[in-house]
Design a protein. Structure first.
Length: 260
């Protein structure tokens, strides 16, 4: 079984056009960006979990690859809890930190909104093969071939980041500079990864240019990409989920229109 199959690439959602997968997340993201309340975001999270389990992607929701979503959401909520706009009863105050009824509501809403927006994007992106995504951008959206090929090359290099990070950690430790305090150690290692990425990207760009990938000519495609009724249905499901979240928030009186 291939890695993409393990990520749900053979499910009904996994077989859809990658452009449709990305488009399906847009209505929900727009709806959640227009409001900051825990009801709409909480409803979105419940709907996402249920829909992903029904689509056979439930294992991805709680996989290590989506752990960053479940970590980033609470962290964003904590920052708003401590430094967000105060209102109502103040429960704790120390220097610039104020924990009040209003900041608690904002913190919960922010955490839920971050998770609700990021979770479908990460889960659906895990089911996308970079080559299929490039074919979708080129054949469905008719984007310039030069841009599509550059994006494909960049996506192919993303998987090397973790390998480079581990190699840099071992190399720095072998040189005796990997046992310092964690903050300067991570900062130095991150800078090394940046330099390595720039060098690899430059070499890749030169190699692709030498092979004619940058030529402004009409190109053929080995695989034809289809965009049919199933893709429209997937986008409709995303739009319906967004409508349900908005309706529940408005009905409960928690809808808080913002542009953020």
């Amino acid at each position: 079984m291939s890695l993409l199959d393990a990520r749900g690439g053979t499910t009904w959602v996994g077989r859809r056009n990658p452009v449709a997968k990305v488009a399906a997340t847009v209505p929900l993201s727009i709806a959640l960006l227009l409001t900051l309340d825990p009801v709409s975001a909480g409803t979105a999270i419940v709907l996402e979990v249920v829909l992903f389990w029904a689509a056979g992607l439930g294992s991805l929701v709680w996989s290590p690859r989506t752990a960053v979503v479940w970590i980033a959401g609470p962290l964003a909520g904590v920052s708003m809890l401590l430094y967000g706009r105060t209102g109502g009863t103040v429960y704790f105050e120390w220097g610039l930190i104020q924990v009040s009824q209003g900041s608690i509501e904002i913190g919960l809403s922010t955490a839920a909104r971050v998770i609700a927006i990021a979770l479908p994007a990460v889960v659906l992106f895990l089911t996308i093969d970079p080559t299929d995504f490039a074919d979708g951008l080129s054949q469905t959206l008719r984007l310039p071939e030069r841009f599509v090929l550059g994006a494909l090359g960049a996506l192919r290099l993303v998987g090397l980041f973790m390998d480079d990070w581990r190699a840099l950690a071992l190399a720095r430790r072998a040189r005796g500079v990997g046992d310092r305090w964690i903050v300067p150690r991570l900062a130095g290692q991150a800078f090394g990864l940046l330099v390595l990425s720039i060098r690899r990207g430059s070499k890749l760009a030169t190699a692709m240019e030498a092979r004619g990938f940058g030529a402004d000519v009409a190109r053929t495609h080995a695989r034809e990409v289809h965009f049919g009724g199933a893709e429209v249905a997937l986008i409709a499901i995303g739009a319906l989920a967004a409508a349900v979240c908005v309706a529940v928030a408005v009905a409960s009186g928690s809808w808080n229109f913002v542009v953020a």
